[in-house]
Design a binder for this molecule. Structure first.
Ligand code: AMP
Ligand code: MG
Length: 350
């Protein structure tokens, strides 16, 4: 009798254990999905024990990435590209609310970065030939053309956004949101994943990324590309909500007469910005991190001053000598990889 009871009890216990193992034992794993958008590979990693939920979230995000890419491309399609075509005729252009919001953000970031992030230089990007997603140009534009662009330089402050339409003074203003569209998209992507109850994820668009939560016991860790090699030269830790964005002279460039010409242009000179090979920014908003990385790159060796003005505490730059300069708060998050380690200067102003 006692033995029977014990036997039944053991069975029930076993059944309960089996149910528990089946329920919580869907062990956490990383679900990885990749998709081409914004001219780069967008990789979504979700750390979860509910793979169905992760699959659904990934699918929803994939459709939106395509949509954003089409709507925010400056030269193709009927979103921002249509606005640019219309502005080129000197006429007001209709804008949908989301694009109007982006343009307002772009204007605010232009002001906040003291003009170093300047989406009004679409015409200059075209002049240099960096507007093609695939092939870089082979030589710089003619000097007089650059001088003419500078003389008639369109300004972001010339853009007026109101009630579903934008106007610009004259017909010179062409908008290029390439310096922060990816960041804006990643903020939207993270918001969508949170809506879908995803608690641990990373969305990485060609090395620019934002994270939610952690990867199990540890924080997400991401590699920072060596601007003069194929690998990474540093790893940084990203905690919940962090955006990590890098701007560099290696992304789109050509060599001509022994010099490198790249796609991040200084609106003051009309030419590729000088002084740095890359800048990495960590902050809690991807649109701002993206614009800030572009702006600090344009600031060149003066980047610490602009970073301080913008209240950015986590910044790392690789100078054109190959040295690393970084803020004290950034140094707590960075580990250098490879031999020999770079020469590192930690700035003490924070
Ligand atoms: P990013 O990789 O975020 O630094 O963005 C570079 C892209 O932004 C370029 O390919 C251009 O389309 C655009 N761009 C270039 N120079 C600037 C600038 N000074 N301000 C804003 N956008 C820029
Ligand atoms: Mg940027």
């Amino acid at each position: 009798m006692r033995a029977d009871t014990a036997g039944a009890g053991t069975l029930i216990l076993c059944a309960a254990l089996a149910a528990a193992i089946a329920g919580c034992g869907r062990e956490a794993q990383t679900v990885n999905r990749q998709h081409l958008a914004f001219g780069t590979l967008v990789e979504l990693s979700i750390y979860t024990d509910d793979t169905d939920r992760a699959e659904r979230a990934a699918e929803r995000l994939r459709a939106r990435l395509d949509d954003w890419h089409n709507r925010w491309h400056p030269w193709e399609g009927d979103g921002l590209a249509a606005v640019n075509r219309r502005l080129a005729t000197g006429q007001p252009a209709a804008v949908e609310p989301e694009l109007a919001d982006m343009l307002r953000r772009a204007q605010a970031l232009h002001a906040e970065t003291d003009g170093h992030f300047d989406p009004a230089l679409g015409g200059l990007v075209r002049l240099w030939g960096f507007h093609h997603d695939e092939s870089p140009p082979s030589q710089p534009p003619a000097e007089p053309d650059i001088e003419r662009w500078l003389a008639e330089r369109p300004e972001m402050t010339d853009l007026h956004i109101s009630e579903g339409r934008v106007t610009a003074s004259g017909d010179r203003l062409q908008l290029d949101l390439g310096g922060f569209a990816k960041g804006y998209a990643l903020d939207r992507a993270i918001a969508m994943l949170r809506e879908d109850d995803i608690g641990n994820a990373i969305v990485n668009a060609g090395g620019d990324l934002r994270v939610i939560g952690r990867h199990g016991e540890r924080a997400w860790r991401v590699g920072i590309r060596d601007p003069r090699g194929n690998g990474v030269f540093a790893a940084v830790e990203a905690t919940d909500g962090d955006a990590v964005f890098t701007s560099g002279d290696y992304e789109r460039f050509f060599h001509w007469q022994g010099r490198r010409y790249h796609h991040i242009l200084d609106p003051r000179t009309g030419r590729p910005a000088r002084g740095l090979r890359s800048v990495t920014v960590i902050t809690d908003n991807a649109a701002r991190a993206d614009a800030a990385a572009t702006a600090l790159f344009v600031a060149g060796r003066q980047w610490p001053r602009l970073a301080r003005e913008m209240d950015l505490t986590r910044v790392m730059a690789v100078t054109d000598d190959g040295d690393v300069e970084l803020t004290g708060t950034m140094s707590e998050r960075v580990q250098f990889i490879g031999e020999p380690p770079p020469r590192v200067e930690t700035l003490t102003w924070q």
